[in-house]
Design a protein around this ligand. Structure first.
Ligand code: NAP
Length: 273
């Protein structure tokens, strides 16, 4: 995801490559990042943030405590830390970093193509300029939405953050069904992917409710009606709703676990003053 953000920033011309510093513990990964994006890559996290206006945190949530201990001594007031860590609350982030100018964001994987959806929340200590900076950065990954209640980021984690997973499973199931009918796999793939893409575009451009779009093609006694009967009997809507709720509960649980395990750095001045 960090690499997707770097690619988005460079693609959008928001930042010159020589203004981006990445940090990664493995030398081969650093060499790869430097060669691909013409940015600088360093081994120590502290070296990457020292002169930065904006620090992007893209490690796995369970690394927050360790990376927080690297960054806390060097972070200073005026720097904005933007986290994409699933579940990590601003309470866990500010506590791990000893820093209160923080954005909690939730992008999704289509961000890699500049077609992502990111929902984000900024702590009250952030300035208007920092929030504008966050909006510009996240806008380079696709659509972005700032919310004034952090719980909405946790909710978005279950809808748009995890959303591509639901779509990919549906995609895979439809491809397998088409293969079962007798299509060659590559043909089945194209039929399904084009149908999903076209339907999404249709829903987006027409602005019509999905039920209206569906009713338009559901003729009495027709093929869609027969298929819809099976989908409803199989409780598709309930299963999807249960999946979204399960992802939401897990997001909240991850946040609570992080808050409980992270100890604030003791020797660092807190807050941005
Ligand atoms: N993937 C998604 O769809 C998605 C969407 C929204 C948010 N997120 C969030 O984005 C974050 C990253 O996810 P990801 O899928 O990009 O995971 P990832 O590919 O594993 O990226 C994490 C990177 O951090 C590196 N790392 C490990 N220890 C480090 C340390 N001490 N200092 C600096 N870097 C270190 C890892 O190195 P190694 O390769 O050596 O392990 C890896 O390159 C997660 O918190 C996730 O919740 C992901």
């Amino acid at each position: 995801m960090a690499e997707a953000i770097v690619a988005g920033l460079l693609r959008g011309g928001l930042v010159e490559p020589d203004r981006i510093v990445a940090s990664h513990p493995r030398p081969e990964r650093r060499a790869e990042l430097e060669a691909t994006h013409h940015i600088r890559a360093v081994a120590a996290n502290a070296d990457a943030v020292r002169d930065a206006d904006l620090v992007i945190l893209a490690i796995k949530p369970q690394m927050l405590g360790r990376v927080g201990r690297d960054l806390a001594p060097v972070l200073r007031p005026g720097q904005l830390v933007l986290s994409i860590l699933a579940g990590a609350t601003t309470k866990a982030l500010t506590s791990a970093l000893g820093h209160d100018q923080v954005v909690r964001s939730m992008p999704n994987t289509p961000a890699r193509l500049g077609r992502g959806m990111t929902v984000w929340y900024a702590t009250p200590a952030t300035t208007a300029e920092q929030r504008a900076q966050a909006a510009a950065l996240l806008g380079s990954l696709g659509a972005q939405l700032e919310v004034d209640d952090e719980r909405l980021v946790a909710m978005a984690t279950a809808v748009s953050g995890t959303g591509p997973t639901y779509v990919f499973l549906v995609m895979e199931a439809l491809i397998d069904a088409a293969v079962h009918l007798g299509f060659a796999r590559h043909v089945a793939h194209d039929l399904v992917v084009e149908t999903l893409e076209g339907s999404t575009l249709f829903a987006k451009q027409s602005g019509m409710h999905p039920a209206e779009l569906r009713n338009m093609v559901t003729s009495p006694g027709g093929t869609s009606a027969a298929a819809l009967h099976e989908l409803e009997s199989g409780r598709l809507r309930t299963v999807l709703s249960d999946a979204v709720w399960a992802a939401f509960r897990r997001t909240v649980e991850l946040g609570e676990q992080l808050e409980a395990t992270i100890e604030p750095p003791s020797d660092v001045p807190r807050g941005s003053g």
